[in-house]
Design a protein around this ligand. Structure first.
Ligand SMILES: Cc1cc2nc3c(=O)[nH]c(=O)nc-3n(C[C@H](O)[C@H](O)[C@H](O)COP(=O)(O)O)c2cc1C
Length: 322
């Protein structure tokens, strides 16, 4: 909960920060003809008829005079991938617009591109808002795209994850279902495995053969004594005869080691080529599967699974035996 050491103002700011918002950049043109822009999350819609919005600016901002005098401004609702742009317009850069493609609105105000939405406004009211000034604008033009929005919460940027009805875990203790991670992972992995199995069958690769090739894809040059237990951890028992068969097919090379009884195993060019073909089939199936999700959701899924994968040191490829 609240940090007992925090000053009252800091505590208030933290409490306000628990209100999640989008992020905007508000732009205008100063009387001297300079392009002005600041990042603001105080944006809010006010009225539909007439169409009006508001935002507030700190009186201490070096842009205060320009916005106070401006008859027009534009609010740009940022897309999820525009966090750097937000940082740039919140920072102290001398020319925040450097390198940006802009269009021009009323009285030459700069308009940014590629945002989730954009509102061109005429300043209609200015209200005292304590250490901020509240600007109310009448919307004179707007546009929107389907881009996912950038979010801000607790001082950090975020992305949108839509609510989905979570299926209940099955009541019966002997079954798993759509409410369980294990069930969901194995169901979705099943689709990828089917593509991999098909590609392996075409290339005449058994499970043990494929296990050896993927292991060497990660750790080329492992001694045979390490290859056998590690490759067997994928599920299929891998024996010396599997490695010999791969060597016979020219997919693996067994090099004698000067100080060890066992040879070291290397992928040959043909072995690497075979592996690349299986991996390409899996990647295509993966793209197909993730293509069923919105781009943002796919990215979030990979992020979250990545966090789980990193937290488990027992994952594949496994650590070498001591
Ligand atoms: C996500 C975010 C939201 C912000 N929202 C506001 C805002 O609504 N009003 C405001 O005055 N400053 C806001 N700021 C701060 C300004 O963008 C800017 O950093 C500040 O005005 C810097 O002072 P300067 O204008 O003197 O350069 C925000 C900053 C960030 C990163």
């Amino acid at each position: 909960m609240a940090d007992p050491q925090a000053t009252p103002q800091r505590a208030l700011r933290d409490a306000m920060g628990s209100f999640a918002t989008g992020v905007t950049i508000v732009t205008t043109r100063s009387a001297a003809g300079e392009d002005i822009g600041r990042t603001a999350n105080s944006f809010s819609s006010v009225s539909l008829d007439p169409p009006m919005i508001l935002w507030s600016l700190a009186r201490s901002s070096s842009s205060h005079a320009a916005f106070a005098e401006a008859r027009h401004f534009a609010v740009h609702v940022l897309a999820a991938d525009q966090d750097e742009l937000s940082g740039r317009f919140a920072g102290k850069s001398a020319d925040r617009f450097a390198g940006l493609e802009t269009e021009r609105g009323a009285e030459g105000i700069p308009l940014l591109r590629h945002c989730a939405a954009r509102f061109e406004c005429r300043t209609v009211y200015r209200y005292d808002g304590g250490d901020h000034v509240i600007f109310v604008g009448e919307v004179t033009g707007f546009q929107r795209s389907d881009a996912a929005p950038l979010l801000f919460h607790g001082g950090r940027y975020g992305r949108l994850v839509r609510q989905r009805a979570t299926p209940a875990a099955p009541e019966r203790p002997e079954t798993l279902g759509a409410g369980n991670l294990a069930w969901l992972l194995s169901r979705s992995f099943h689709e990828l495995r089917a593509a991999s199995a098909e590609a392996r069958a075409k290339l005449d690769l058994t499970d043990p053969h494929y296990a050896v090739l993927t292991l060497l894809g990660h750790r080329d040059g492992l001694p045979l004594a390490h290859v056998l237990p590690l490759a067997s951890q994928r599920g299929a028992e891998v024996g010396r005869c599997d490695c010999a068969a791969l060597a016979e097919r020219g997919l693996v090379r067994m090099d004698p080691q000067p100080d060890a009884p066992d040879p070291a195993l290397h992928l040959t060019e043909a072995g690497r080529d075979t592996l690349i073909r299986v991996v390409a089939a899996i990647r295509a199936a993966e793209a197909d599967l993730l293509g069923r999700l919105a781009e943002e959701d796919a990215r979030v899924l990979l992020d979250l699974l990545g966090a789980l994968a990193r937290s488990d040191s027992r994952g594949w490829p496994p650590a070498l035996p001591a």
